[in-house]
Design a binder for this molecule. Structure first.
Ligand SMILES: C[S@@+](CC[C@H](N)C(=O)[O-])C[C@H]1O[C@@H](n2cnc3c(N)ncnc32)[C@H](O)[C@@H]1O
Length: 497
């Protein structure tokens, strides 16, 4: 494949629809999950000026670069004395970082390349009532087989919370049949099909010489259709009917009927399922830059989840779990009975014009509030994306509230809620920032208020949850709380991202 071809604007537009999630990567910020540290380690980090929690940077309390060893020793000694006085132990630190059990932990897997690790292996993942038909690499096949009890049971809901019915102007859609609270599971579903996201990752595209870019594009589409067809052919008759009944917004662009359904309905799978083989490395070398993020990745098609329409202010999060081989959809905020349930097909913090471009291949001309009034919405979304970190001031302004330095984070949260961006990562990150900042402020009430929200927001987004978010006795054993207590109001230059 020639490098220039896939980088044309048209090809980019068309191929990015294989999965919009990977067409755009919103700025990735550091994870805010808390590491387990001992108080020794904690103090060492503090003195080195390194972060205590990922995402919480610690600016040296004084100019540590210039601080001499005796200063370091003095602080350590003082801190140890203070900890003794307060009755803090290593055990307290460990307890402060107890997290909710992770039933989705797939366990460690060391990838040793195998001779027979091909890129395209037909695999059926069986589950009660059917199979997922997959075309995956030998590596991923081994990765899945390595998971104990694979596939682990999905979370069944006795009382179904949704129906699929008509959504004016959007075809079918998913609607809440009762009130759904933020964090609640709406559906946990296994895909009908899992296939490679990368056009170059499709097995052996023997490109003919002398074709025009358009002919090459059509050639790849035909080839992809044949590959998808080979996976489709392995489905039960019932699944074939359900699959072919799904929406197809690629009827007139040269995609075949099977590829069209995959391109319209496929949800990209996360980093867990990314191939890490020698073959993928080789493929990366020959793939144009714009498509490198698709190499080794997969897309998945569902009976019900593929009926969820797009919104630029979605009310859900979706996350694929390798252990159960299923995708969970959870409420990102409270959803009322009868309300439509939305996901997003593109980065919701991008400007309206970019979102419109990404939605074109779906035939979507979005008419949401944000798309209709970008002059108002774009600056809010940009401010959320580039939200500030908050720093403890060295000198407090006369008359200022002690927690005035946290206001920028409170304002970001207000913007997120006003614009309906609870489905973005910035929501739980901002809550984490606020939780950390108020813990540092030794403000028990506000820290717990944000901690409780963070607990639920992390549940919704499938992020790790720590007991210290909602248990005051554990929160008070955290390094942030302790350091603020230790410094007793003295200026400690710390910033929270
Ligand atoms: C994955 S399907 C979603 C379910 C689909 N509505 C159906 O009837 O099966 C994606 C297609 O739904 C339609 N769609 C989704 N979100 C939309 C929106 N916000 N506005 C208009 N059409 C939308 C488009 O036709 C798009 O290609």
């Amino acid at each position: 494949m020639k490098r220039g071809f896939l980088t044309t604007a048209k090809a980019k537009r068309q191929l990015s629809a294989l999965n919009p999630e990977y067409a755009e990567k919103p700025t990735t910020k550091k994870s805010t999950s808390l590491p387990a540290v001992s108080h020794e380690e904690f103090l060492d980090r503090m003195l080195e000026g390194k972060g205590i929690t990922k995402g919480t940077s610690l600016i040296p309390p004084l100019n540590v670069a210039e601080a001499n060893e005796s200063f370091t020793e003095e602080v350590k000694k003082g801190a140890a004395q203070m900890m003794d006085m307060m009755g803090y132990t290593d055990d307290d630190f460990k307890k402060a970082y107890v997290s909710a059990p992770d039933e989705n932990d797939p366990g460690a897997f060391v990838n040793t390349p195998h001779e027979d690790d091909d890129l395209s292996r037909h695999v059926q993942v069986p589950f009660p009532g059917g199979w997922t038909q997959c075309l995956i690499s030998g590596y991923l096949d081994r990765r899945l087989k390595h998971i104990s009890g694979f596939p682990r049971p999905i979370k069944e809901r006795g009382n179904k919370a949704y129906r699929i019915s008509s959504s004016p102007g959007k075809g079918l859609g998913m609607f809440a049949t009762r009130k759904i609270k933020m964090g609640d599971l709406i559906v946990d579903e296994r895909p009908m099909m899992v296939v490679s996201l990368s056009p170059a990752g499709l097995p052996g595209v023997p490109m003919k010489e002398g074709l025009t870019p358009e002919e090459k594009y059509q050639y790849i589409l035909n080839h992809s259709e044949n590959v998808m067809r080979s996976v489709f052919g392995r489905m039960s008759d019932e699944s074939k009917n359900v699959f072919m009944d799904l929406c197809n917004s690629h009827l007139h662009d040269g995609s075949g009927p099977t590829l069209g359904v995959v391109r319209t309905n496929g949800y990209g799978l996360g980093d867990d399922l990314k191939d890490k083989t020698k073959e993928t490395e080789k493929l990366l070398e020959s793939t144009p830059d714009d498509f490198k993020d698709k190499v080794g990745r997969y897309t998945s098609v569902y009976k019900d989840l593929s009926r969820v329409n797009h919104s630029c202010s979605p009310n859900t999060h979706r996350k694929f779990y390798m252990t159960s081989f299923s995708m969970q959809l959870r409420a990102a905020r409270d959803i009322e009975e009868g309300e439509e349930i939305f996901t997003t097909y593109t980065g919701i913090l991008r400007p309206a014009a970019e979102r419109a471009e990404a939605l074109l291949p779906y035939g979507i001309k979005c008419t949401c509030r944000a798309c209709l009034d970008p002059a108002k919405s774009d600056p809010i979304r940009a401010a959320v994306l580039n939200r500030p970190c908050v720093s403890v001031p060295m000198v407090r302004e006369a008359g200022a509230r002690p927690d005035a330095w946290i206001d920028p984070a409170v304002q970001t949260l207000a913007k997120i809620q006003e614009e309906g961006l609870e489905g973005s990562e910035e929501y739980h990150r901002t809550l984490h920032q606020l939780y950390n900042a108020y813990v540092h402020q030794n403000d028990e009430k506000k820290a717990l208020m944000y901690g409780e929200k963070l607990w639920v927001a992390n549940l919704a987004a499938g992020e790790k949850r720590y007991d210290a978010f909602r248990k005051v006795e554990l929160m008070k054993k955290s390094p942030q709380w302790m350091i603020a207590k230790m410094m007793g109001g003295l200026p400690v230059l710390r910033s929270f991202t």
